[in-house]
Design a protein around this ligand. Structure first.
Ligand code: NAP
Length: 333
């Protein structure tokens, strides 16, 4: 075990795309657990688009010069509570730091499944997978044979959505992503039927070519122009699942999506947003659904793993620029 701990702080409020200068790595003595707590050495960190939203000066956002937070998997290395044993693997929210002091009620013990890597608990079995699963089963109410369009198809939520949709019996699966290489990978490996690079032209045109007969469900990770295009492409009784709006996170003042409101009425469309934190009760159902497929190899947890806590800021900035395919994870290395 190392003798010092490292913690990442946010040091400035970015305008637009953040840079490494907006963060600092702060070294401190290894924390000592008080009675009733345990010391956890973090092993895997999740970096997420919502961290970018929290960097802005908004209520509930990150304070400057204070430790950042995020989902993390770690191992208990010293315990002063009967509620946590040394060696236990736990999930908790004190991320962006090498070590954390936690109480038993601040952590979740992770079920271990033979053949399922720990990182899957940040990917398809974690908040990312739960977002995809809730979006398809609870918000869209996807029925077998229905056709789907997924924006941000190459990311953590997008790849999980594609793989889950296939397992749930979806029909034609269309997506968008930020490069031709990513698009090709999604068709070859993830099970999409057609994926376009959203840089290649107006979204409505590209979607029209990829899904000439329209779609029943749109899972939207992006917003903006792609949301407007989907309103046009949806069939009668179509559903729009609003997951995220990453087109706006680094573009302050970006105008909201403009679409034909009449189409919502004429086609009896439904648009519904959700936050995964309000659907934690679905977690066990996600395990029941996904674990057997992970074990059998029918389901893969798509991940881009960066080795070394010292690279966590690079991994986060890379994810915002689209350097990842699947869930972005940092490993202690
Ligand atoms: P992710 O998709 O793995 O990573 C973000 C991706 O966004 C990048 O890989 C990049 O891929 C794409 N991107 C960046 N700027 C873009 C732009 N201007 N236009 C289009 N795409 C852009 O992240 P994730 O964790 O899976 O999250 C995906 C979305 O779901 C985000 O909007 C996030 O906020 C949201 N989310 C919501 C919930 C919820 O509870 N509602 C939970 C988790 C995540 P490209 O190469 O394709 O550009």
């Amino acid at each position: 075990m190392t003798e010092t701990a490292l913690t990442v702080h946010q040091t400035a409020r970015p305008q637009g795309m953040p840079t490494a200068d907006d963060f600092a790595f702060v070294e401190s003595p290894l924390p000592v657990p008080a009675a009733g707590t345990a010391l956890v050495e973090n092993l895997y960190w999740s970096v997420d688009p919502y961290h970018r939203e929290l960097m802005d000066d908004l209520p509930g956002g990150f304070a400057l010069h204070a430790p950042l937070e995020g989902r993390t998997i770690g191992r208990v290395t010293a315990s002063r509570t009967p509620g946590l044993a040394e060696g236990e693997i736990v999930l908790h929210r004190q991320g962006w730091r090498t070590h954390a002091v936690v109480t038993p009620d601040e952590v979740r013990r992770l079920p271990r499944h033979e053949g399922v890597p720990l990182t899957a608990h940040l990917g398809v079995l974690g908040g990312t997978g739960l977002t995809a699963y809730v979006g398809l089963t609870r918000i869209a109410g996807l029925r077998p044979g229905e056709d789907l369009y997924v924006s941000g198809a190459g990311g953590g939520v997008g790849t999980a959505t594609g793989r889950f949709a296939r397992l749930l019996g979806a029909g034609r699966l269309v997506g968008s992503a930020g490069s031709a290489a990513k698009a090709a990978h999604l068709v070859r490996e993830v099970g999409y039927d057609a994926v376009f690079d959203y840089h290649d032209g107006p979204a409505a045109e590209l979607l029209g070519k990829a899904a000439p007969d329209g779609v029943d469900v749109f899972v939207d990770n992006v917003g903006g122009e792609q949301l407007a295009a989907a309103v046009g492409a949806l069939r009668e009784f179509g559903r729009i699942v609003r997951v995220g709006t990453i087109a706006q996170y680094n573009a302050p003042g970006a105008s909201a999506s403009r679409f034909d409101h009449a189409e919502i009425v004429e086609k009896s469309l439904r648009m519904e947003g959700f936050l995964v934190r309000n659907h934690r009760d679905v977690q066990e159902e996600l395990y029941d659904f996904a674990v057997p497929h992970l074990v059998s190899g029918r389901l893969v947890s798509d991940e881009t793993v960066t080795d070394g806590f010292g690279h966590i800021v690079d991994a986060f900035l890379g994810m915002l620029r689209g350097a990842n395919t699947g869930k972005t994870i940092v490993a202690a290395g």
